[in-house]
Design a binder for this molecule. Sequence first.
Ligand SMILES: [Zn+2]
Length: 249
Amino acid sequence: MGPSSNAGFFDLGNITIIFDTLMDPFSTEDLIKASEAITNKNPFLLINSHWHIDHIFGNHLFPNSMPIMSSFGTLNQFQNSLPERLNLFKERASTELKNTEELLKKEKDPNKIIEYQNDLVTYKKIQDPNFTLRLPDLFLSSKMKINGTERSVEIINVGNTHSYDDLIAYFPNERICFMGDLLFANLNPELAQGFDNIPFAVDPINFKNILEYYLKKDIKVFVPGHGTLCTEKEVKESIEFLDKYFIKK
Ligand SMILES: [Zn+2]
């Protein structure tokens, strides 16, 4: 269904926070189960880093009593761009279901089989007329600190970068930063074209400035929106990528 994304959870001691959801419904369910098993708590808050469907699709799997936080930029896209995108998926659903069922019949690779089966569940869900995407409830325009009993995290609105008003999560003491889609572990020239008419960078200059700013912070682990855990190396590669395809044209 497209490139699979990353999500995570934070155990702050007394509070568990989820950062982003996943497109495949079972992955989001697994994420919730893992967060509850490891932290021994129900999640307190879900953060949507940005509006792209592979990061927000699982929002509906959380209880309505649990708030979802994003930026106003994300809310704006939820209201103005997502309905159209969801309709696109709805229109494609019956063809995709047919194609995926055909592929599934021929497939031998057990991992591919699971992937196709998950795609079938997702498209069936999208086809359901009662299915809606759950909107965020809380909106962050600058920065907030969430203080837990064991550790604290800064949630920062970095402005327009990859998308509109992206949120990142920074642990200054642990030297970890969850970058959302400001960071991809593996970049290739095709990404520069965007995905399905969605640009890779809404504001390449600010995007680069933000990456340079966090590069100076001596962060040990950068968690990307897609791919495996990163270090400064991938952040530098992302800056070069922005320069090559968006800035130094
Ligand atoms: Zn994205």
